[in-house]
Design a protein around this ligand. Structure first.
Ligand SMILES: Nc1ncnc2c1ncn2[C@@H]1O[C@H](COP(=O)(O)OP(=O)(O)OP(=O)(O)O)[C@@H](O)[C@H]1O
Ligand SMILES: [Mg+2]
Length: 251
């Protein structure tokens, strides 16, 4: 994947489903976090998942990444069931998660954090090319390669977390709250990078509390409410929907 070209708007995504989730149910012990979630993400799409705190957004992404067991339902990626596939194999299949809270290694350098993300593609020329792509996307990281990751600003840490996820050369990128706790100016930069990643051919499932930017960035969106899909549709339609405006766009 080469992502260091100028941003151009995403070509129309296909109708071929890359990810299909059917009637997903996920528990934490006795607590049912996901009651019934069905969604699909087509090749080339940016799909947003929005909803209030505790709606089940992170749980859904973690389950897709293979970090939580499924109680019932189906998950298919490129037509194949993921239910029996362990998390590290899913990375190899092209699914990469940028977790909520970023989870970078603070005492390692930026470069070392990136290298860890490449554990499936450790061939030196491939790693160099990936790092060049990431620096093209986030020039700030290029200036800070030898700096300890824990000393980066919140926005820079988010860039690093996205960069680390790209090192595994995903076809599907799962992003959990990339704007969380980040200054507005850096949020804009991060979302511009997300659009560029998508225009380079990476399909994106984006979880985001900032409904405005999520709907402006995505083709389609799902609204989660207490573990269920409450609404879904084309993002530009949802942003005009009075119920969405009242509940998630501050009226
Ligand atoms: N480890 C856990 N053990 C028990 N319950 C949990 C655990 N993690 C999450 N939950 C519960 O599952 C539900 C969904 O949580 P989840 O983190 O998926 O929500 P979210 O939509 O990502 O919220 P936020 O916007 O606050 O990040 C919540 O009711 C939460 O309390
Ligand atoms: Mg969450």
């Amino acid at each position: 994947m080469r992502v260091n070209h100028p941003f151009r708007p995403n070509a129309s995504p296909s109708n071929a489903p890359l990810l299909e989730v059917e009637h997903l149910r996920v528990h934490y012990g006795a607590i049912v976090a996901i009651k019934d979630v069905s969604l699909r993400v087509c090749q080339g799409e940016i799909v947003a998942m929005i909803g209030a705190n505790g709606a089940g957004k992170t749980t859904t992404l973690k389950t897709l990444a293979g970090l939580l067991p499924v109680a019932s339902g189906a998950i298919r990626f490129a037509g194949n069931s993921l239910l029996e596939m362990p998390a590290e194999k899913r990375v190899g299949e092209g699914i990469s998660l940028v977790p909520e809270g970023r989870a970078i290694f603070p005492t390692l350098t930026v470069l070392e954090n990136l290298e860890l993300g490449a554990y499936l593609h450790r061939h030196a020329p491939t790693m160099r090319e990936s790092i060049e792509d990431i620096v093209g996307l986030f020039p700030r990281l290029g200036e800070r390669m030898r700096q300890e990751a824990g000393t980066l600003s919140g926005g820079e840490q988010q860039m690093l977390a996205i960069g680390r996820a790209l090192m595994s050369r995903p076809t599907l990128l799962l992003l959990d709250e990339p704007s969380l706790g980040i200054a507005p100016k850096l949020v804009q930069q991060i979302f511009e990078a997300i659009r560029r990643i998508a225009s380079a051919g990476v399909t994106i499932l984006l979880v985001e509390q900032n409904t405005r930017i999520a709907l402006a960035t995505s083709h389609r969106a799902y609204v989660l409410r207490t573990g269920e899909v409450a609404m879904q549709g084309v993002s530009s339609d949802l942003s005009q929907n009075p119920e969405v405006q009242a509940a998630y766009l501050g009226g």
